[in-house]
Ligand binder design. Structure first.
Ligand code: GN1
Ligand code: MG
Length: 365
């Protein structure tokens, strides 16, 4: 494998001789490696993109190129350092944004930004506040981006589309697991109408569509060693959608007092303190730009995305674990239960979440 990785990495226009290639990170979808180089040359991130999940990797890389070029220009114009505050894609020696290996796998490279930290958990409100600022800044940097973007995964956060997949998964019952899941399936069905009602407002334009990240969990943000946000990474799902998804998905991640796949459900809940901190950071950047309809649905978006995640984990379990990487046979079911506990905690604290948003909006609007 090492020699193959070396061969793949050498297809790209890297500076410096490669000294090592090691596995990196905890992504559920792609395989990620760090390519270390000699001397002063940068290190690099090498990724095998998951072609079962992303049907058009060339279009996805074109999205990422356009978006990162735009962010680099915005950072430079604001007097920042585009090498550290934006991702830089590295092309192959013949100028392509990806390399296809003899097995038909797609590989890509970006520059590794040194002296940075990616957290798997928010350990302080301060970190949550900074994370909120980071995604707020990311959305602001892309507010004047007008080029067309490909839809990298169809209906990614569109719950109407997810319910269509869900209905099909239940009918297919590929792994024969449906008979044991009556309770969990009930969790999904009892919320179908309220979730579709929210999405109808995106479909009819009540809630606007913008350029959004769509995968804002905490480990997709790079922090520097002083705790400042440098940039958002993992741009595979940058697309046009509602900015509420970015807020909701971040809340799902930053406010969880337990783990996304915690077996001990007593550890899992939504921390209102973290919610307030993230909301503060985010609205400090975005309150002036968001519409009334967006602000009014911020708190609900956390329930929406957490619900969607319960559905997606359970659907993958029903499908026989074909989408997410799993570490043990029941992993997707454990994730389902842990995310459902988080959803319940949000539902219980929903009035307080709404009040927190209102107070924070009043402060920044
Ligand atoms: C996946 O790729 P990664 O691990 O950052 C998934 C997200 C889920 C997340 C759950 C393309 O994110 O949508 O919310 O796992 N990405 C894709 O942790 O499906
Ligand atoms: Mg990621």
């Amino acid at each position: 494998m090492k020699a193959e990785l070396q061969e793949i990495a050498s297809q790209f226009a890297l500076e410096g001789a490669i000294t090592a290639i090691d596995s990196l990170g905890e992504g559920f979808i792609n395989d990620t490696f760090i390519v270390r180089t000699a001397g002063d040359a940068p290190d690099y991130i090498l990724q095998r993109k998951n072609k079962n999940i992303f049907p058009d990797i060339p279009a996805m890389m074109e999205n990422i190129r356009k978006v990162t070029d735009h962010i680099r220009r915005r950072v430079a114009a604001a007097g920042g350092d585009p090498e550290r505050e934006a991702m830089s894609i590295v092309a192959t020696r013949d100028g392509k944004l990806y390399h296809v290996d003899p097995q038909g796998e797609y590989w890509t490279v970006s520059v590794f930004i040194s002296d940075t930290i990616a957290y798997n958990k928010a350990d302080s409100p301060e970190l949550a506040r900074k994370g909120g600022e980071g995604i707020g800044k990311f959305q602001s940097q892309l507010a004047d981006f007008t080029e067309p973007l490909a839809e990298t995964i169809k209906g990614f956060h569109n719950i109407r589309h997810r319910f269509a997949q869900w209905d099909e998964a239940l009918r297919g019952d590929a792994a024969g697991r449906v008979k044991d899941l009556a309770e969990e399936i009930g969790w999904i069905e009892s919320r179908r109408d309220e979730m579709l009602a929210f999405w109808s407002k995106v479909e009819d334009g009540t809630i606007p569509t913008r350029v959004t990240h769509n995968d804002t969990k905490i480990n997709n943000i790079l922090f520097d060693k002083q705790g400042e946000v440098l940039c958002a990474i993992d741009l595979d799902t940058v697309m046009n959608s509602t900015s509420l998804n970015d807020f909701g998905d971040a809340i799902r991640s930053y406010t969880n007092t337990g783990d996304e796949d915690d077996r001990d459900l007593s550890r899992v809940s939504m921390s209102l303190e973290m919610f307030r901190a993230y909301t503060e950071g985010y609205l400090s950047q975005r309150a002036g730009e968001l519409t009334r309809a967006e602000l009014d649905h911020l708190a609900f978006s956390a329930r929406y995305i957490t619900f969607e995640q319960v559905l997606r984990f359970l659907m993958d379990y029903i499908d026989g674990d074909t989408y997410y990487k799993t570490k043990y046979p029941e992993h997707n079911l454990v994730r389902t239960h842990a995310q459902y506990k988080l959803l319940q905690s949000m539902e219980e604290q929903y009035d307080k979440m709404c009040e927190t948003v209102r107070e924070t909006v009043a402060k920044y609007k």
